[in-house]
Design a protein around this ligand. Structure first.
Ligand code: PLP
Length: 407
């Protein structure tokens, strides 16, 4: 009965008006549809810190699903530094950055990020999501054209939509397609935006070519280094370091929430850019600044990995080892980042495999539509620098065994 109404929006609304009790039927209908199609999602509540080993429903699990690639979420040095700063600065920030939410800590973090990413300036946002939405919507408006990779993160997509610019989606990391779309869509003001490391495929943007095209056609370039910072480049400084480029994109964005183990997002680039965002970005202006504890954690995390590149190097070594271990078991896997996709295809099958691994003590996510395209469900192995070779081998063997059984 609902399906009939669903086709004709007006009739559906009429039903809702006729009977107040029907108000939520469209939600129930959507949820039922999701359940039937194995797309329904729910949360899982851990009873431990996020680290290499976690506890879920009383079960100890080896973690292969966390974005905490350097295993810093429960780092003692960071926790001690945070405790000291809670004593000094308290819990909340009391207001937005332009009112009471700025402190010596926020200033220090922004300087630390600018130095680490080798840019003139940096500005922090409460989350990476807000950094994308708040930056793209402040920089672009309806006079702009945005060229966006088809696999860009949802927060980039939402930022593009909010800006009201004309959005042109180009084929994934395909610089030939990008150039032909630029030529087809001449514009006075334009932006090319891409993930640095793609969050579900773990591959790396062709940065030199993207920047060359941006400069050739006088467009702004923007790279989201959420999964690149702390992960790629010889000292974990991200995409531009990976390519040995002295200068990155015009706008480089990242998160403090992944390899750095804390929370928040940042944008770095020129002083003009950060001054502009401070004055024009609604996500920056109209939201309470993050807590001093979170800011302090990020400062310490960057300090640790700046002083000790071994975190990043160990992670990179683990990626090579793990891919090789899977390959020698007949599983196709390649990555240069902490994200290693193992494509399964069918949504339910991916879920079944993930559940079977759970029983074996390995936590690895099944990623499904709508996060990735329908029929391209996958296991997304996320490595940590702290995984030992024994743990990596154990996981690679179990994954291969269970995939073989599921065929
Ligand atoms: C996770 C992620 C974000 C959002 O960052 P949060 O700090 O989690 O809000 C933005 N961009 C990319 C590419 C991401 O993977």
């Amino acid at each position: 009965m609902y399906k009939l109404y669903r086709k004709t929006g007006c009739a559906y609304r009429k039903v809702i008006k006729l009977d107040n009790k029907d108000k939520f039927y469209f939600m129930q209908e959507t949820l039922d549809y999701m359940r039937e199609n194995h797309l329904y999602r729910s949360t899982r509540e851990f009873s431990s810190a996020q680290s290499k080993y976690v506890t879920l429903n009383g079960k100890r699990l080896l973690m292969f699903a966390s974005n905490s690639y350097l295993d810093l979420c429960n780092n003692k040095e960071i926790k001690d530094f945070v405790k000291d700063n809670i004593d000094a600065y308290g819990i909340g920030s009391g207001g937005s950055r332009l009112t009471t939410g700025s402190s010596l800590l926020t200033e220090q973090l922004e300087n630390t990020i600018a130095e680490f990413k080798n840019t003139e300036s940096a500005i922090i946002f409460n989350t990476g999501y807000m950094a994308n939405v708040g930056t793209i919507s402040a920089v672009c408006n309806k006079e702009w054209v945005i060229f966006s990779d088809e696999l860009n993160h949802a927060s980039i997509i939402d930022g593009c939509r909010l800006s009201k610019a004309k959005i042109i989606v180009y084929k994934h990391n395909d610089m030939i397609d990008l150039e032909s779309k630029i030529l087809e869509n001449p514009c006075k003001k334009g932006l090319i935006v891409s993930d640095g490391v793609f969050s579900m495929d773990g591959d790396i943007v062709n940065l030199p070519e993207l920047i060359r095209l941006a400069d050739k056609y006088n467009l702004l370039s923007m790279i989201d280094d959420a999964h690149a910072t702390g992960v790629i480049g010889k000292s974990g400084r991200g995409t531009s370091e990976y390519y040995n480029m002295s200068k990155g994109a015009d706008i480089t964005l990242g998160t403090l929430s992944k390899a750095l183990g804390s929370e928040g997002g940042y944008v770095c680039g020129s002083k003009i850019l950060t001054e502009y965002l401070k004055n024009k970005s609604r996500a920056y202006i109209f939201s309470t600044a993050m807590s001093p504890a979170t800011v302090a954690a990020s400062i310490k995390a960057i300090d640790i990995i700046s002083k000790n590149p071994n975190y990043t190097l160990q992670l990179q070594d683990n990626v090579k080892f793990f891919c090789n271990a899977l390959k020698s078991n007949g599983i196709n896997a390649y990555s240069e980042t902490a994200i290693i996709p193992i494509i399964i295809g069918d949504e339910q099958k991916a879920l079944d495999i993930s559940n079977a691994l759970f029983k074996e003590g390995i936590y690895i996510s099944a990623i499904r539509y709508p996060t990735v395209a329908k029929g391209s469900a996958r296991l997304r192995a996320a490595l940590m620098s702290s995984h030992t070779k024994e743990e990596l081998q154990f996981a690679a063997d179990k994954i291969s065994e269970i995939i073989r059984k599921a065929q």
